[in-house]
Design a protein around this ligand. Structure first.
Ligand code: SAM
Ligand code: F3S
Length: 475
């Protein structure tokens, strides 16, 4: 494969179109692909495939449905490519990692297939695909495929972060070594690998210098972070968060997604020690039944999970909790499901993710006997989601009258004189305010709770009074 160097002139006239399926890690990776290809090939992101010469699909294979979407989309793109043969189609992410050559067999128009750990090689792979196309001696053109796991090399070969707003995602570790019986991630993304401590801090420092105020630390098991420090010591997530809070400008820290078994005392203590750490935790449990947790090979019991939440809530009584739930795991009975429902109520989960179990080829659970009819599973999912929605709405309503710290992100879509930002528990709040507030933390009194957002008003500050006065004079 050729070196990953910038071309003098781009072979493309159109731009780059990227579709992203799945998790925040994939969103992060897609942003990185776009900035990389802008640098190497001058490709600018466009809104539709029609305006593009390169289309990329960053895929997810966690559930079968997500995987099937990939092939239906590729069918459409084959026609798109036939209109202009210079166009390039690339497939990345977990489906690419799992299926590799099979993608090319099912979709012969695909030129490049890359995995989550090789996206930094994308520019060179695209060049190779174009070269092969122009080489008449190669009669049967093949796709350029690289779905290896070259550890953390990816991060050394990606461009400096570019800021898009006041909140940024920062990937600090990749992969997963937990091997839950239902999950493909350890096979598609490889084992857990952490980025070096100083590299992460440098990236966040660069983001802060460009106006970022909030970082969301990302990883499949982000609390399993073990980054090597310059002195050879290993930093865990707690050490990392203590260092991040010292970076000037960063006043809010989030992390996602975590595993209960990696929720160490030192991370729990951070809730008492780091005010910048939000009072919101996404901690997947999957099921409220110990029997099901054992079959899933989660390696913990419900009581251990509850103990983590109890300890954190002792430090942060207002902690908002979200989770992931799998319904209809092979062997799940009605009683197991009732235990999940009871747990959801007891811990008062906020907005969460819940899906019906999807058998993934190659995982141990795919071979477990599964006799429960789909209709029953669907009914359970419906009950669970009703309960979660009810709780989410109640939590929103309980915020009415409270004062929330809101990081102002943008102009509101509702009204020309409103801005919008997020609370610690990830609610969008719209309130009257000047665009100058974007990038600032503002105390906002919540006035009304809607299904997807809140309405508020700035708590009186000299700046807020000035804004009101300026509105008055502009009338
Ligand atoms: N670190 C997280 C944890 O501790 O569970 C897991 C991240 S995993 C990529 C994201 C979520 O996808 C899981 O929490 C699980 O709910 C869901 N998931 C994974 N495999 C699944 C499957 N086969 N069927 C349904 N949902 C699945
Ligand atoms: Fe998947 Fe379990 Fe890891 S859900 S990502 S194998 S913790």
């Amino acid at each position: 494969m050729s070196e990953n160097t910038a071309l003098n002139t781009s072979p493309f006239e159109g731009g780059l179109y990227v579709i992203t399926y799945g998790c925040q890690m994939n969103e992060y990776d897609s942003d990185k692909m776009a900035s990389l290809l802008e640098k190497t090939h001058g490709l600018k992101l466009v809104e539709t495939p029609e305006e593009a010469d390169v289309v990329l699909m960053n895929t997810c294979s966690v559930r079968e449905k997500a995987q099937e979407k990939v092939f239906s989309e590729l069918g459409r793109w084959a026609k798109w490519k036939a209109q202009k043969p210079n166009r390039v189609i690339g497939v990345g992410g977990c489906v690419a990692s799992q299926e590799g050559q099979v993608i090319r067999q099912r979709a012969p128009s695909v030129d490049v297939i890359f995995g989550p750990q090789t996206l930094h090689r994308l520019p060179a792979m695209i060049d190779d695909a174009l070269r092969m196309r122009g080489d008449d001696s190669i009669k049967k053109k093949k796709a350029v495929i690289d779905i290896t796991f070259p550890e953390i090399e990816k991060f050394d070969n990606l461009p400096e972060p570019e800021v898009n707003g006041v909140s940024a995602m920062v990937s600090i570790m990749e992969g997963c070594s937990k091997y839950c019986t239902f999950c493909v991630v350890p096979y598609t993304r490889g084992e857990e690998v952490s980025r070096p401590f100083e590299d992460v801090l440098r990236e966040i420092q660069t983001l802060a210098e460009q106006g970022v105020r909030e970082v969301n630390l990302l990883g499949q098991n982000v609390n399993a972070y073990r980054g090597e420090m310059a002195d050879g010591e290993i930093a865990d997530l707690a050490v990392l968060m203590h260092a991040i809070r010292e970076i000037e400008g960063i006043d809010r820290i989030r992390f996602t997604t975590s595993h209960p078994n990696e929720m160490t005392q030192s991370i729990i203590d951070c809730y008492g020690e780091i005010p910048e750490l939000v009072s919101h935790l996404h901690l997947p449990i999957q099921s409220g039944s110990d029997r099901v947790l054992a079959m899933m090979k989660r390696n913990h019991m419900v009581i251990e999970y509850k103990s983590i939440i109890r300890k954190i809530r002792a430090l942060r009584p207002n902690l908002s909790l979200s989770g992931d739930f799998i319904i209809g795991f092979p062997g799940e009975t009605c009683d197991d499901f009732k235990e999940t429902l009871a747990l959801v109520e007891e811990l008062n989960y906020d907005r969460s993710f819940s899906f019906i179990y999807s058998a993934r080829p190659g995982t141990p659970a795919a071979a477990f006997p599964d006799e429960e009819p789909m209709e029953k599973k669907k009914r359970r999912l419906y009950f669970l989601q009703e309960q979660l929605n009810k709780q989410t709405q109640e939590i929103s309503e309980s915020m009415v009258g409270t004062i929330q710290s809101v990081l102002v992100e943008r102009l509101s879509r509702n009204s020309f004189n409103e801005v919008a930002g997020r609370t610690e528990n990830n609610r969008v709040v719209n309130f009257e305010g000047s665009p100058d507030l974007i990038g600032q933390f503002v105390d906002v009194k919540i006035l009304e709770a809607y299904t997807n957002s809140l309405k508020g008003e700035v708590v009186a500050t000299p700046e807020a009074e000035k804004f009101k006065a300026s509105q008055y004079y502009s009338l």
